[in-house]
Design a protein around this ligand. Structure first.
Ligand code: GCW
Length: 733
């Protein structure tokens, strides 16, 4: 009977061959699409690519042939999942899970107490590892070569696991391992400037990662991957909301959403914090005041804290921006920052919570150099904050400029513990378009000597508490992620998230090591690629400094969006939101005199630091125009006049950007098409921006210097008026 069905046996040979070809073609097409989509950057530095080298693969497989993961806690589960995923992918083989050591190459993971039946960890080493550190060792058990990853706590085991995976990801040997690593800082934190409507203040990577509307029921896969990425670099705390705070986050329905995130993040050792809007008792509590000394207000916060801890038992506490840039605070009631911080600290203290109070305060009513205001406000309050208060200080006194001298508050309040605040989101460093590796900036600040306790009183020692004997310490980074597929927008911006994490663990890791690790895991392990890409990363901040804010010039950005150059801005809601306030260019010269003949912000530093910077002839030129108003014709160390030097810096910076483009183009064979192209296009945007910065600044400052652009430099192809007319109404952030 005729079935209507095609009988394959009856098809002519040609048709069969054609169909087969078609299938192969579709498969090939699929394969190539998957490959190019595969490198979209979503996996960050946790790509776990299969080991390429056969000998190494064989060695790894025999080094890890069986796996014991001891313990039942949630964090151990995260470690187990990560190990299985990472090892299966890299070794293209799932290690056998077992309970006892019977073969060479058994990897044993668990807290020291959990694995004691198999291996007794040295108590001295455990002491060194501390609460959150870990031990990774090659050991002999039952005459078998084994590796142990252990710690005092489950968190330590998780960090050890990620460290172990990093050893494999960077293709290092697993023989004779003997690592004891403990974090230098206790609070290793991220600050999100994410609003509840999903916009991100100064965010250049899409909308907020937090889909508040869909929480708590819908848990985006990104939440877990965010937690994994953080745990892999040791981050253990996150503030979910913007410091320009919205009280709605403290309502019962939102707290449930926060609790859902906290429940997940806890399994990766991450505690959740929120920003507290100081006026919340009025806005949501219906009280007539938010005065921190009013008993009803105090009670309101105590109740709120109790409500939060009911839902989130390990809630970290509050981060507060008060009386700054329009945020409410204790000064609205003639109270001090200490009154405000202590009131909140008392509310969370019964639950072991903490309050992080920001020192980023300046007021337009005070006719004082903005540089000095935080110091003036806070130093008199030294010793009056509760033990569970940390003062969070930006690296510099103005505002995350591409380069600032260290904040004078570091070391100046010996009785108060300070926390470092860095900015990963590149508000003033090219925003979403620019390749700028920030580790050198972070390290420059951390290594600065405050001289507050003699020579060697570095900012690092203030931050880790060792200089002034504070038991509690931390560092925060204002995060640069959004819902872009690759999290950070610019493929290289991921490196800044990575760098912050690594430095919170150990401030002594070099920028070069961080770049090396990150590149190997994120891009390629090829030696040629590595050395070229590392060079690009390590020079990147220096280049943007040269073409945008050389010699200590600062705050020359567009009003509001802060995107691109606008040194001419002379009108704003307040004087210190204009740019002429900062550069002070006139026919004599340029720069802000912050010495004793000027605002004397320099006077807020230790005398030894003042000595370094007070004399223009001796002052490091990178801070020259930060502290001095210098004549256009002043001779610089190079022998050029200041005007010529400025031109030299702008032109050299832009020219170096061209060089970076050429260097990147040579790396095409080492990078997948998608990311190669993305970076190539972004570098073109950045180069155009460098020219834009150079031309507009040179033309603008020339109206004061009255001097010609030195011979040999290409003249700007547009007029100053043209640059002034540029508008960017929908710039992100
Ligand atoms: O850098 C400035 C930003 C503001 C930010 C503020 C702050 C959250 O321009 O957008 O507000 O600093 O740090 O509070």
């Amino acid at each position: 009977m005729h079935s209507g069905r095609c009988d394959i046996n009856k098809q002519p040979a040609m048709t069969i061959a054609k169909n087969a070809m078609k299938k192969i073609f579709i498969l090939l097409l699929l394969f190539s699409t998957v490959r190019s989509f595969g490198e979209n950057g979503y996996d960050l530095w946790l790509r776990y690519l299969p080991v390429e080298n056969q000998n190494l693969l064989t060695a790894y497989r025999s080094d890890i042939s069986a796996l014991i993961v001891s313990g039942k806690g949630d964090i151990i589960s995260s470690a187990r999942n990560e190990l299985l995923a990472g090892l299966s992918a890299m070794l293209a083989k799932k290690p056998a899970l077992t309970q006892t050591v019977s073969v060479n190459g058994t990897l044993i993971t668990g807290t020291a107490a959990e694995i004691e039946r198999i291996y007794r960890t040295n108590s001295g080493e455990l002491k060194q590892a501390g609460d959150e550190g870990f031990i990774i060792k090659s050991v002999l058990i039952n005459n078998k070569n084994c590796t142990v990853i252990t710690a005092n706590s489950e968190k330590g085991v998780l960090y050890g696991t990620f460290h172990f995976l990093r050893i494999l990801q960077t293709r290092q040997s697993l023989h004779s391992l003997n690592i004891i690593s403990a974090p230098q800082l206790q609070l290793r934190m991220l600050n999100h400037w994410d609003n509840l409507n999903r916009t991100v203040e100064r965010g250049y990577a899409g909308f907020s990662n937090w889909n508040w509307h869909m929480l708590p029921t819908y848990m985006d896969k990104r939440y877990r991957d965010y937690a994994r990425a953080n745990a892999s670099v040791g981050i253990n705390a996150t503030v979910l909301t913007n410091v320009n705070a919205n009280a709605t986050i403290l309502t019962a329905s939102y707290l449930k959403k926060v609790a859902a995130l906290a429940d997940l993040f806890r399994t990766y050792g991450i505690r959740v914090f929120l920003t507290a809007r100081f006026s919340a008792p009025v806005e949501m509590g219906g009280l007539p005041t938010a005065d921190p000394l009013d008993p009803a207000v105090q009670q309101w916060w105590k109740n709120k804290a109790a409500e939060i801890y009911q839902l989130i038992p390990d809630f970290g506490g509050f981060l507060v921006k008060a009386n700054s840039e329009g945020q409410p605070g204790p000064q609205n009631y003639n109270r001090t920052h200490a009154d405000g911080a202590n009131m909140l600290a008392d509310a969370v203290a019964p639950f072991k919570g903490i309050v992080i109070w920001r020192a980023f305060v300046y007021s337009n009513e005070v006719p004082e150099d903005r540089h000095k205001q935080a110091f003036n406000e806070f130093v008199p309050l030294d010793g009056s904050f509760r033990n569970n208060v940390l003062i969070q200080v930006k690296n510099g006194a103005i505002d995350f400029m591409p380069r600032e001298p260290f904040h004078p508050l570091f070391g100046a309040m010996p009785k108060t513990q300070m926390m470092m605040e860095f900015q990963l989101t590149q508000e003033y460093l090219g925003q979403g378009t620019s390749l700028v590796f920030l580790a050198p900036l972070f390290k420059e600040t951390l290594q600065s000597d405050t001289w507050r306790n003699g020579k060697g009183s570095t900012v690092e020692k203030v931050v880790d508490g060792s200089l002034q004997s504070h038991p509690f310490n931390g560092m925060a980074g204002v995060l640069n992620i959004g819902n872009d597929i690759n999290w950070c927008g610019h493929p290289f911006a991921q490196a800044n998230w990575y760098a912050l994490g690594r430095l919170t663990w150990n401030m002594n890791i070099s920028s070069e090591q961080i770049a090396d690790e990150w590149l190997k895991m994120t891009f390629s392990k090829d030696e040629h690629f590595l050395s070229a890409a590392k060079k690009i990363m390590l020079e990147s901040r220096d280049i943007i400094l040269q073409y945008s804010m050389p010699l200590g010039l600062h705050h020359l950005i567009t009003y509001g969006s802060h995107y691109g150059p606008a040194p001419w801005v002379d009108k704003g809601a307040r004087p210190d939101w204009t740019n002429v306030y900062y550069h002070r260019a006139d026919s004599f010269g340029v720069g802000f005199n912050r010495t004793s003949t000027g605002s004397n912000a320099l006077g807020q530093y230790a005398p030894e630091v003042q000595d370094l910077w007070k004399n223009p002839a001796a002052c490091d030129e990178k801070y020259l125009l930060w502290f001095h108003h210098i004549s256009w014709s002043q001779k610089m160390k190079s022998g050029r006049s200041l005007w010529e030097e400025l031109c030299y810096q702008y032109y050299t910076g832009a020219a170096r950007m061209k060089q970076v483009q050429l260097e990147w183009n040579k790396l095409k064979p080492f990078v997948d098409t998608d990311r190669f192209e993305q970076v190539r296009m972004l570098l073109q945007v950045q180069y155009d921006e460098a020219i834009w910065w150079r031309n507009s600044c040179v033309l603008y400052f020339q109206t004061f210097s009255g001097m010609p652009i030195p011979a040999g430099y290409e003249k700007p192809d547009q007029t100053l008026e043209f640059y002034k007319s540029l508008k960017f109404p929908f710039a992100p952030g």
